[in-house]
Design a protein around this ligand. Structure first.
Ligand SMILES: [Fe+2]
Length: 543
Protein backbone atom coordinates (compact mmCIF):
# COMPACT_ATOMS: atom_id res chain seq x y z
CA UNK A 1 0.00 0.00 0.00
CA UNK A 2 1.25 3.41 -0.85
CA UNK A 3 0.20 6.58 0.92
CA UNK A 4 0.76 10.01 -0.47
CA UNK A 5 0.86 13.04 1.76
CA UNK A 6 -0.34 16.51 0.97
CA UNK A 7 1.03 19.84 1.92
CA UNK A 8 -1.12 20.16 5.02
CA UNK A 9 1.67 18.71 7.09
CA UNK A 10 3.84 21.68 6.44
CA UNK A 11 1.69 23.97 8.53
CA UNK A 12 3.26 25.03 11.82
CA UNK A 13 2.18 23.13 14.88
CA UNK A 14 1.33 24.58 18.24
CA UNK A 15 3.78 24.84 21.11
CA UNK A 16 4.69 21.67 22.91
CA UNK A 17 6.17 20.71 26.20
CA UNK A 18 6.02 22.65 29.42
CA UNK A 19 7.60 26.05 30.00
CA UNK A 20 8.81 27.10 33.47
CA UNK A 21 9.47 30.77 34.05
CA UNK A 22 10.52 33.19 32.74
CA UNK A 23 12.60 34.73 35.52
CA UNK A 24 14.80 37.83 35.39
CA UNK A 25 18.36 37.98 36.68
CA UNK A 26 20.90 40.75 37.13
CA UNK A 27 24.57 39.97 36.87
CA UNK A 28 25.79 42.91 34.81
CA UNK A 29 24.96 46.62 34.88
CA UNK A 30 21.36 46.69 36.19
CA UNK A 31 20.72 50.08 34.60
CA UNK A 32 21.25 48.84 31.06
CA UNK A 33 20.97 45.03 31.05
CA UNK A 34 18.63 42.21 31.99
CA UNK A 35 18.94 38.44 31.63
CA UNK A 36 15.76 36.45 31.19
CA UNK A 37 15.70 32.66 31.56
CA UNK A 38 13.06 29.99 31.06
CA UNK A 39 13.20 26.22 31.17
CA UNK A 40 11.59 23.96 28.63
CA UNK A 41 10.67 20.40 29.46
CA UNK A 42 9.76 17.93 26.79
CA UNK A 43 6.98 15.95 28.32
CA UNK A 44 7.93 12.43 27.45
CA UNK A 45 10.70 10.40 28.96
CA UNK A 46 13.21 8.54 26.79
CA UNK A 47 12.62 5.33 28.71
CA UNK A 48 9.33 4.76 26.92
CA UNK A 49 11.11 4.39 23.61
CA UNK A 50 13.70 2.24 21.96
CA UNK A 51 15.65 2.52 18.74
CA UNK A 52 15.02 -0.33 16.29
CA UNK A 53 15.19 -1.24 12.66
CA UNK A 54 12.44 -3.27 11.03
CA UNK A 55 10.88 -5.72 10.83
CA UNK A 56 9.08 -4.95 14.07
CA UNK A 57 7.53 -7.63 16.23
CA UNK A 58 3.81 -7.03 16.55
CA UNK A 59 0.92 -8.35 18.62
CA UNK A 60 -2.61 -8.78 17.27
CA UNK A 61 -4.80 -5.68 17.63
CA UNK A 62 -1.86 -3.61 18.90
CA UNK A 63 -0.39 -0.94 16.66
CA UNK A 64 3.33 -0.52 16.15
CA UNK A 65 4.17 3.13 16.84
CA UNK A 66 7.23 4.51 15.04
CA UNK A 67 8.86 7.91 14.76
CA UNK A 68 11.86 9.40 13.05
CA UNK A 69 12.99 12.79 11.79
CA UNK A 70 12.99 13.55 8.09
CA UNK A 71 15.22 16.09 6.48
CA UNK A 72 13.65 17.30 3.26
CA UNK A 73 16.36 18.27 0.77
CA UNK A 74 16.39 21.96 -0.13
CA UNK A 75 16.54 21.07 -3.80
CA UNK A 76 13.10 19.44 -3.91
CA UNK A 77 10.83 21.21 -6.36
CA UNK A 78 7.47 22.68 -5.54
CA UNK A 79 5.28 19.92 -6.92
CA UNK A 80 7.11 17.03 -5.28
CA UNK A 81 5.26 14.39 -3.30
CA UNK A 82 6.15 12.68 -0.06
CA UNK A 83 5.24 9.01 -0.15
CA UNK A 84 5.00 6.53 2.73
CA UNK A 85 4.91 2.98 1.42
CA UNK A 86 3.40 0.77 4.07
CA UNK A 87 3.73 -3.00 4.34
CA UNK A 88 1.10 -5.36 3.00
CA UNK A 89 -1.97 -6.14 5.12
CA UNK A 90 -1.54 -3.15 7.39
CA UNK A 91 -3.48 -0.03 8.18
CA UNK A 92 -1.27 3.01 8.35
CA UNK A 93 -1.78 6.34 10.10
CA UNK A 94 0.65 9.17 9.61
CA UNK A 95 1.36 12.37 11.54
CA UNK A 96 3.87 15.05 10.66
CA UNK A 97 4.89 17.36 13.50
CA UNK A 98 1.73 16.42 15.34
CA UNK A 99 -0.64 17.00 12.43
CA UNK A 100 -2.73 14.06 11.26
CA UNK A 101 -2.16 13.68 7.57
CA UNK A 102 -4.84 13.13 5.00
CA UNK A 103 -3.81 9.90 3.33
CA UNK A 104 -4.89 8.39 0.06
CA UNK A 105 -4.43 4.62 0.14
CA UNK A 106 -3.13 3.09 -3.02
CA UNK A 107 -2.73 6.30 -4.92
CA UNK A 108 0.50 6.32 -6.82
CA UNK A 109 0.64 9.92 -7.89
CA UNK A 110 -0.73 13.10 -6.44
CA UNK A 111 -0.29 16.78 -6.81
CA UNK A 112 1.40 17.68 -3.59
CA UNK A 113 3.59 20.50 -2.41
CA UNK A 114 6.79 20.12 -0.54
CA UNK A 115 7.35 23.77 -0.44
CA UNK A 116 8.47 26.85 1.09
CA UNK A 117 6.63 26.96 4.39
CA UNK A 118 9.12 24.46 5.59
CA UNK A 119 12.23 25.95 7.14
CA UNK A 120 15.49 24.95 5.51
CA UNK A 121 17.54 22.49 7.51
CA UNK A 122 14.76 21.91 10.01
CA UNK A 123 13.76 18.26 10.25
CA UNK A 124 10.14 17.28 10.43
CA UNK A 125 8.95 14.58 12.82
CA UNK A 126 7.29 11.67 11.01
CA UNK A 127 5.11 9.48 13.25
CA UNK A 128 3.62 6.30 11.86
CA UNK A 129 1.15 3.84 13.35
CA UNK A 130 1.01 0.40 11.71
CA UNK A 131 -1.76 -2.10 12.51
CA UNK A 132 -2.10 -5.52 10.93
CA UNK A 133 -5.38 -6.02 9.15
CA UNK A 134 -5.22 -9.84 9.05
CA UNK A 135 -4.95 -12.14 12.07
CA UNK A 136 -3.13 -14.67 9.96
CA UNK A 137 -0.42 -12.27 9.01
CA UNK A 138 3.16 -12.63 10.14
CA UNK A 139 4.14 -11.78 13.70
CA UNK A 140 6.29 -8.97 12.38
CA UNK A 141 5.70 -5.85 10.35
CA UNK A 142 8.40 -4.52 7.99
CA UNK A 143 9.44 -0.90 8.28
CA UNK A 144 7.68 1.51 5.95
CA UNK A 145 9.60 2.94 3.02
CA UNK A 146 9.62 6.72 2.78
CA UNK A 147 10.61 8.64 -0.31
CA UNK A 148 10.05 11.83 -2.23
CA UNK A 149 8.82 11.63 -5.77
CA UNK A 150 10.09 14.72 -7.52
CA UNK A 151 8.97 14.54 -11.12
CA UNK A 152 10.85 11.48 -12.42
CA UNK A 153 13.28 11.41 -9.55
CA UNK A 154 12.87 9.22 -6.44
CA UNK A 155 14.67 10.42 -3.29
CA UNK A 156 14.66 7.71 -0.61
CA UNK A 157 14.49 9.10 2.93
CA UNK A 158 13.99 5.86 4.84
CA UNK A 159 14.15 2.22 3.79
CA UNK A 160 13.80 -1.19 5.39
CA UNK A 161 17.12 -0.85 7.20
CA UNK A 162 16.57 2.63 8.62
CA UNK A 163 16.56 3.24 12.33
CA UNK A 164 13.29 4.26 13.94
CA UNK A 165 12.27 5.13 17.45
CA UNK A 166 9.63 2.64 18.51
CA UNK A 167 7.27 3.02 21.43
CA UNK A 168 7.62 0.27 24.00
CA UNK A 169 3.87 0.33 24.50
CA UNK A 170 1.01 0.53 22.05
CA UNK A 171 -0.68 3.30 24.04
CA UNK A 172 1.81 6.10 24.65
CA UNK A 173 0.68 9.49 25.84
CA UNK A 174 -1.15 11.93 23.64
CA UNK A 175 2.02 13.72 22.55
CA UNK A 176 3.68 10.63 21.13
CA UNK A 177 3.41 11.95 17.59
CA UNK A 178 4.73 15.42 18.39
CA UNK A 179 7.66 15.27 20.76
CA UNK A 180 10.96 13.67 19.88
CA UNK A 181 11.44 10.60 22.07
CA UNK A 182 15.19 10.60 22.36
CA UNK A 183 16.70 14.07 22.56
CA UNK A 184 19.82 14.16 20.47
CA UNK A 185 18.50 11.56 18.03
CA UNK A 186 15.22 13.19 17.24
CA UNK A 187 15.63 16.76 18.27
CA UNK A 188 13.33 19.31 16.76
CA UNK A 189 14.15 22.97 16.73
CA UNK A 190 11.59 24.66 18.94
CA UNK A 191 11.90 28.11 17.45
CA UNK A 192 11.29 30.39 20.40
CA UNK A 193 11.00 34.10 19.74
CA UNK A 194 11.73 36.72 22.41
CA UNK A 195 10.35 40.18 21.72
CA UNK A 196 10.67 43.20 24.00
CA UNK A 197 10.10 46.92 23.99
CA UNK A 198 10.23 49.87 26.30
CA UNK A 199 6.77 50.67 27.60
CA UNK A 200 5.19 53.23 25.31
CA UNK A 201 7.39 52.43 22.34
CA UNK A 202 5.52 51.09 19.33
CA UNK A 203 8.29 48.89 17.98
CA UNK A 204 9.13 45.43 19.31
CA UNK A 205 12.71 44.29 19.15
CA UNK A 206 13.77 40.68 18.91
CA UNK A 207 16.55 39.34 21.12
CA UNK A 208 18.88 36.48 20.33
CA UNK A 209 18.09 33.36 22.35
CA UNK A 210 20.73 30.94 23.56
CA UNK A 211 20.05 27.55 25.07
CA UNK A 212 21.86 24.85 26.99
CA UNK A 213 20.85 21.67 28.78
CA UNK A 214 19.68 22.18 32.35
CA UNK A 215 22.20 20.29 34.44
CA UNK A 216 22.12 16.53 33.78
CA UNK A 217 18.47 16.56 32.60
CA UNK A 218 16.95 16.57 29.13
CA UNK A 219 15.34 19.95 29.89
CA UNK A 220 16.58 23.07 28.14
CA UNK A 221 17.36 26.46 29.63
CA UNK A 222 16.68 29.25 27.17
CA UNK A 223 18.01 32.74 27.85
CA UNK A 224 18.32 36.18 26.44
CA UNK A 225 20.85 38.76 27.53
CA UNK A 226 19.33 42.18 26.93
CA UNK A 227 21.68 45.14 26.78
CA UNK A 228 21.67 48.81 25.87
CA UNK A 229 18.47 49.31 27.83
CA UNK A 230 17.55 52.71 29.18
CA UNK A 231 18.14 53.26 32.88
CA UNK A 232 15.21 53.67 35.27
CA UNK A 233 12.77 52.51 32.60
CA UNK A 234 9.96 49.99 32.25
CA UNK A 235 10.03 47.24 29.66
CA UNK A 236 7.65 44.53 28.56
CA UNK A 237 8.50 41.29 26.84
CA UNK A 238 6.84 38.29 25.22
CA UNK A 239 8.10 34.79 24.56
CA UNK A 240 6.53 32.96 21.65
CA UNK A 241 6.83 29.24 21.00
CA UNK A 242 5.98 28.58 17.36
CA UNK A 243 3.83 31.66 17.43
CA UNK A 244 2.07 30.77 20.68
CA UNK A 245 2.67 33.07 23.63
CA UNK A 246 4.20 31.09 26.46
CA UNK A 247 5.56 33.92 28.58
CA UNK A 248 5.20 37.61 29.09
CA UNK A 249 6.18 40.04 31.76
CA UNK A 250 7.29 43.51 32.75
CA UNK A 251 10.55 44.59 34.30
CA UNK A 252 12.27 47.78 35.36
CA UNK A 253 15.86 48.79 34.97
CA UNK A 254 17.76 50.40 37.82
CA UNK A 255 18.39 54.13 38.05
CA UNK A 256 21.85 55.29 37.06
CA UNK A 257 21.85 57.99 39.72
CA UNK A 258 20.67 57.30 43.24
CA UNK A 259 17.04 58.34 43.63
CA UNK A 260 15.55 59.56 46.87
CA UNK A 261 14.83 56.03 47.94
CA UNK A 262 15.57 52.50 46.81
CA UNK A 263 14.27 49.20 48.19
CA UNK A 264 15.49 45.63 47.83
CA UNK A 265 14.72 42.42 49.68
CA UNK A 266 17.05 39.65 50.72
CA UNK A 267 16.90 36.19 52.25
CA UNK A 268 17.77 32.59 51.58
CA UNK A 269 16.81 29.00 52.38
CA UNK A 270 13.69 29.30 50.35
CA UNK A 271 12.01 26.01 49.63
CA UNK A 272 10.99 23.34 52.12
CA UNK A 273 7.41 23.31 50.88
CA UNK A 274 5.82 24.93 47.88
CA UNK A 275 3.31 26.69 50.10
CA UNK A 276 6.08 28.28 52.17
CA UNK A 277 8.01 29.29 49.07
CA UNK A 278 4.98 30.78 47.35
CA UNK A 279 3.94 32.73 50.46
CA UNK A 280 7.25 34.46 50.97
CA UNK A 281 7.70 35.06 47.24
CA UNK A 282 4.34 36.84 47.31
CA UNK A 283 5.49 38.90 50.27
CA UNK A 284 8.61 39.84 48.32
CA UNK A 285 6.42 41.04 45.46
CA UNK A 286 4.08 42.97 47.75
CA UNK A 287 7.00 44.96 49.19
CA UNK A 288 7.67 46.26 45.66
CA UNK A 289 11.48 45.96 45.67
CA UNK A 290 13.76 46.89 42.81
CA UNK A 291 15.46 43.48 43.11
CA UNK A 292 15.87 40.43 45.34
CA UNK A 293 19.22 39.27 46.69
CA UNK A 294 18.80 35.52 47.23
CA UNK A 295 21.37 34.06 49.58
CA UNK A 296 21.55 30.40 48.66
CA UNK A 297 19.68 27.14 49.31
CA UNK A 298 17.26 28.25 46.66
CA UNK A 299 15.59 25.04 45.42
CA UNK A 300 17.05 22.46 47.80
CA UNK A 301 17.85 20.23 44.86
CA UNK A 302 21.26 19.14 46.20
CA UNK A 303 22.59 19.12 42.67
CA UNK A 304 20.40 16.16 41.73
CA UNK A 305 16.68 16.98 41.77
CA UNK A 306 15.96 19.15 38.75
CA UNK A 307 12.21 19.03 39.35
CA UNK A 308 12.61 21.14 42.48
CA UNK A 309 14.27 23.82 40.36
CA UNK A 310 11.36 23.80 37.94
CA UNK A 311 9.00 24.42 40.85
CA UNK A 312 11.26 27.12 42.24
CA UNK A 313 11.37 28.91 38.89
CA UNK A 314 7.63 28.56 38.47
CA UNK A 315 6.96 29.95 41.94
CA UNK A 316 9.16 32.98 41.36
CA UNK A 317 7.48 33.62 38.04
CA UNK A 318 3.98 33.39 39.46
CA UNK A 319 4.39 34.87 42.94
CA UNK A 320 7.33 37.30 43.01
CA UNK A 321 5.51 40.03 41.16
CA UNK A 322 5.13 43.61 42.32
CA UNK A 323 1.69 45.17 42.88
CA UNK A 324 2.15 46.85 39.50
CA UNK A 325 2.78 43.53 37.74
CA UNK A 326 6.55 43.74 37.40
CA UNK A 327 8.83 40.75 37.67
CA UNK A 328 11.48 41.12 40.38
CA UNK A 329 15.02 40.64 39.06
CA UNK A 330 17.04 38.32 41.25
CA UNK A 331 20.68 38.28 42.19
CA UNK A 332 21.26 34.62 43.10
CA UNK A 333 23.99 33.49 45.50
CA UNK A 334 25.10 29.89 45.98
CA UNK A 335 24.36 27.79 49.09
CA UNK A 336 25.21 24.28 50.21
CA UNK A 337 21.94 22.79 48.93
CA UNK A 338 22.82 23.88 45.41
CA UNK A 339 25.62 21.32 45.60
CA UNK A 340 25.68 17.52 45.49
CA UNK A 341 26.05 16.22 49.01
CA UNK A 342 24.89 19.62 50.36
CA UNK A 343 28.50 20.59 50.69
CA UNK A 344 29.91 23.08 53.13
CA UNK A 345 33.62 22.56 52.65
CA UNK A 346 35.30 25.89 53.37
CA UNK A 347 38.80 24.61 52.68
CA UNK A 348 38.30 21.85 50.12
CA UNK A 349 35.24 22.87 48.16
CA UNK A 350 34.20 20.78 45.15
CA UNK A 351 34.25 22.19 41.62
CA UNK A 352 31.37 23.86 39.82
CA UNK A 353 30.29 20.50 38.43
CA UNK A 354 28.92 19.68 41.86
CA UNK A 355 26.25 22.38 41.36
CA UNK A 356 25.04 21.59 37.82
CA UNK A 357 21.64 23.30 38.01
CA UNK A 358 22.86 26.53 39.60
CA UNK A 359 25.62 27.00 37.06
CA UNK A 360 23.55 26.03 34.03
CA UNK A 361 20.58 28.21 34.96
CA UNK A 362 22.24 31.50 35.84
CA UNK A 363 24.51 33.81 33.90
CA UNK A 364 27.61 35.61 35.10
CA UNK A 365 29.21 32.71 36.96
CA UNK A 366 31.99 31.93 34.51
CA UNK A 367 34.61 32.60 37.19
CA UNK A 368 32.63 30.92 39.95
CA UNK A 369 29.88 32.19 42.18
CA UNK A 370 31.67 35.26 43.52
CA UNK A 371 30.68 38.37 41.63
CA UNK A 372 29.63 41.96 41.98
CA UNK A 373 26.61 43.83 40.72
CA UNK A 374 27.22 47.59 40.69
CA UNK A 375 24.36 50.08 40.59
CA UNK A 376 25.63 53.32 39.09
CA UNK A 377 28.08 54.94 41.47
CA UNK A 378 25.96 54.47 44.57
CA UNK A 379 25.49 50.76 45.39
CA UNK A 380 27.49 47.59 45.13
CA UNK A 381 26.21 44.09 45.92
CA UNK A 382 28.98 41.55 46.44
CA UNK A 383 28.22 37.83 46.28
CA UNK A 384 30.60 35.29 47.80
CA UNK A 385 30.74 31.50 47.87
CA UNK A 386 30.97 30.34 51.48
CA UNK A 387 32.69 27.05 50.78
CA UNK A 388 30.31 25.32 48.37
CA UNK A 389 32.17 25.42 45.08
CA UNK A 390 35.07 27.68 46.08
CA UNK A 391 37.33 27.75 49.11
CA UNK A 392 36.76 30.72 51.36
CA UNK A 393 40.38 31.81 51.56
CA UNK A 394 40.82 31.69 47.79
CA UNK A 395 38.29 34.52 47.40
CA UNK A 396 39.98 36.90 49.82
CA UNK A 397 42.30 38.62 47.31
CA UNK A 398 39.37 39.14 44.93
CA UNK A 399 37.24 40.52 47.76
CA UNK A 400 39.97 42.95 48.82
CA UNK A 401 40.41 44.22 45.27
CA UNK A 402 36.65 44.43 44.74
CA UNK A 403 36.10 46.44 47.92
CA UNK A 404 39.10 48.64 47.32
CA UNK A 405 37.91 49.74 43.89
CA UNK A 406 34.47 50.47 45.35
CA UNK A 407 35.61 52.14 48.53
CA UNK A 408 33.97 55.47 47.69
CA UNK A 409 30.51 54.02 46.99
CA UNK A 410 27.96 55.11 49.60
CA UNK A 411 26.20 51.72 49.85
CA UNK A 412 27.99 48.37 49.93
CA UNK A 413 26.53 44.99 50.89
CA UNK A 414 27.95 41.48 50.96
CA UNK A 415 25.90 38.30 50.72
CA UNK A 416 26.89 34.67 51.20
CA UNK A 417 25.32 31.59 52.65
CA UNK A 418 27.10 30.32 55.74
CA UNK A 419 27.07 32.71 58.74
CA UNK A 420 30.22 34.06 60.30
CA UNK A 421 28.26 35.34 63.31
CA UNK A 422 25.30 33.05 63.87
CA UNK A 423 22.99 32.00 66.66
CA UNK A 424 24.73 28.77 67.53
CA UNK A 425 22.29 26.39 65.82
CA UNK A 426 25.35 25.43 63.82
CA UNK A 427 28.94 26.50 64.29
CA UNK A 428 30.10 29.91 63.10
CA UNK A 429 32.29 29.99 60.03
CA UNK A 430 35.65 30.76 61.55
CA UNK A 431 37.15 30.91 58.07
CA UNK A 432 34.86 33.82 57.13
CA UNK A 433 35.55 35.56 60.42
CA UNK A 434 39.24 35.35 59.66
CA UNK A 435 39.29 35.97 55.92
CA UNK A 436 36.43 38.28 55.01
CA UNK A 437 35.17 40.10 58.11
CA UNK A 438 38.33 42.23 58.53
CA UNK A 439 37.85 43.43 54.94
CA UNK A 440 34.18 44.21 55.54
CA UNK A 441 35.34 46.37 58.46
CA UNK A 442 38.23 47.99 56.64
CA UNK A 443 36.09 49.03 53.68
CA UNK A 444 32.95 49.88 55.68
CA UNK A 445 30.57 47.37 54.21
CA UNK A 446 27.15 48.42 55.44
CA UNK A 447 25.87 44.92 56.13
CA UNK A 448 26.65 41.28 55.41
CA UNK A 449 23.63 39.11 54.69
CA UNK A 450 24.06 35.55 55.95
CA UNK A 451 21.79 32.55 55.61
CA UNK A 452 21.67 28.78 56.15
CA UNK A 453 20.54 28.52 59.79
CA UNK A 454 16.76 28.86 59.34
CA UNK A 455 16.43 31.50 62.00
CA UNK A 456 16.25 35.28 62.21
CA UNK A 457 19.17 37.19 63.66
CA UNK A 458 20.62 40.67 63.62
CA UNK A 459 23.94 41.44 65.21
CA UNK A 460 25.05 44.73 66.68
CA UNK A 461 27.55 46.53 64.51
CA UNK A 462 30.64 44.36 65.02
CA UNK A 463 34.32 44.97 64.77
CA UNK A 464 36.57 42.07 65.61
CA UNK A 465 33.51 40.25 66.93
CA UNK A 466 32.74 43.01 69.46
CA UNK A 467 30.01 45.61 69.43
CA UNK A 468 31.18 48.85 67.90
CA UNK A 469 28.29 51.11 67.00
CA UNK A 470 30.34 53.60 65.02
CA UNK A 471 32.84 51.38 63.20
CA UNK A 472 31.24 47.95 63.11
CA UNK A 473 29.55 45.90 60.40
CA UNK A 474 26.00 44.57 60.86
CA UNK A 475 25.32 40.91 60.07
CA UNK A 476 21.74 39.95 59.26
CA UNK A 477 20.17 36.59 58.45
CA UNK A 478 20.02 33.66 58.78
CA UNK A 479 18.00 32.14 55.96
CA UNK A 480 14.37 31.35 56.78
CA UNK A 481 12.58 32.47 53.60
CA UNK A 482 10.60 29.27 53.09
CA UNK A 483 12.10 26.64 55.39
CA UNK A 484 10.93 25.24 58.68
CA UNK A 485 12.74 27.24 61.34
CA UNK A 486 15.08 25.88 63.98
CA UNK A 487 14.67 26.34 67.72
CA UNK A 488 16.77 28.84 69.67
CA UNK A 489 18.27 28.76 73.11
CA UNK A 490 16.48 31.20 75.44
CA UNK A 491 19.86 32.34 76.65
CA UNK A 492 21.21 33.03 73.18
CA UNK A 493 21.39 36.82 73.60
CA UNK A 494 23.39 36.32 76.77
CA UNK A 495 25.67 33.57 75.51
CA UNK A 496 26.22 35.43 72.26
CA UNK A 497 26.38 39.08 73.27
CA UNK A 498 27.10 40.22 69.72
CA UNK A 499 23.46 39.42 68.84
CA UNK A 500 21.00 42.29 68.97
CA UNK A 501 17.96 40.24 67.99
CA UNK A 502 17.29 36.51 67.44
CA UNK A 503 13.97 34.81 66.74
CA UNK A 504 12.77 31.55 65.31
CA UNK A 505 10.58 33.04 62.57
CA UNK A 506 10.24 32.90 58.82
CA UNK A 507 11.06 36.23 57.27
CA UNK A 508 12.58 38.22 54.49
CA UNK A 509 14.71 41.29 55.10
CA UNK A 510 13.63 44.48 53.42
CA UNK A 511 16.39 47.03 52.94
CA UNK A 512 15.38 50.63 52.29
CA UNK A 513 18.13 52.99 51.22
CA UNK A 514 17.86 56.73 51.64
CA UNK A 515 20.62 59.23 51.38
CA UNK A 516 22.64 58.70 54.51
CA UNK A 517 20.42 56.09 56.16
CA UNK A 518 19.51 52.44 55.76
CA UNK A 519 16.45 50.75 57.26
CA UNK A 520 16.41 46.99 57.76
CA UNK A 521 13.05 45.34 58.41
CA UNK A 522 12.43 41.67 59.17
CA UNK A 523 9.02 40.88 57.65
CA UNK A 524 6.81 37.78 57.85
CA UNK A 525 4.62 36.43 55.05
CA UNK A 526 1.66 38.33 56.53
CA UNK A 527 3.58 41.60 56.48
CA UNK A 528 4.39 41.89 60.19
CA UNK A 529 7.57 43.84 60.87
CA UNK A 530 9.05 42.11 63.89
CA UNK A 531 12.45 43.75 63.87
CA UNK A 532 13.26 47.21 62.49
CA UNK A 533 16.70 48.75 62.62
CA UNK A 534 17.87 52.10 61.24
CA UNK A 535 21.48 52.91 60.68
CA UNK A 536 23.46 55.72 59.19
CA UNK A 537 25.10 54.56 56.00
CA UNK A 538 28.85 54.25 55.65
CA UNK A 539 29.29 57.38 53.55
CA UNK A 540 27.37 59.72 55.83
CA UNK A 541 29.04 58.36 58.93
CA UNK A 542 32.39 58.99 57.26
CA UNK A 543 33.66 55.91 58.94
FE1 LIG B 1 22.26 25.97 53.83
Amino acid sequence: MRVTLFAIFLQPFVGLGAIFGPICQWHQDPSTTMSVHWIERLEETPQKWTSETGPFRSEPQEPVLLRRPLQIPKTVSKGATLVIESPKNTTITVDIDGQRIETIPGRKKAVSLLNNSQKPNKPILLAVSLLKTSKTASKTIPAPRVFIQDQEEIIVLSDAKSLWNRSLTSTPNSDWNRIPPVPGILQIDRDFIFAYRKIGHPQWKEARISKRLFGPTDDWVHSVQLSKLNADSSYEFQILDHGVQVGQNLFKTAPLIFPNKMVFVTGGDMFHTRQMLDSMNRRAGTENPLFALLGGDLAYANGSDGDRWLEWVESWNKCATTPYGYSIPMIPVIGNHEVKGASYRPNDAPTNEAAPFFYSLFFGMEKGSMFTVDFGDYLSVIALDSGHTQNIKSQTPWLRETLHTRRSLPFKFACYHRPAWGTGVKGDSLEIQKEWCPLFEEYHVDAAFENDHHIYKRTYPLKGGKRDDSEGVVYLGDGAWGTRTRGLSREVLKTRPFLAHAESRNHLIKVSLKKGTIRYEAITTSGERFDVFDRTSGEEAQR
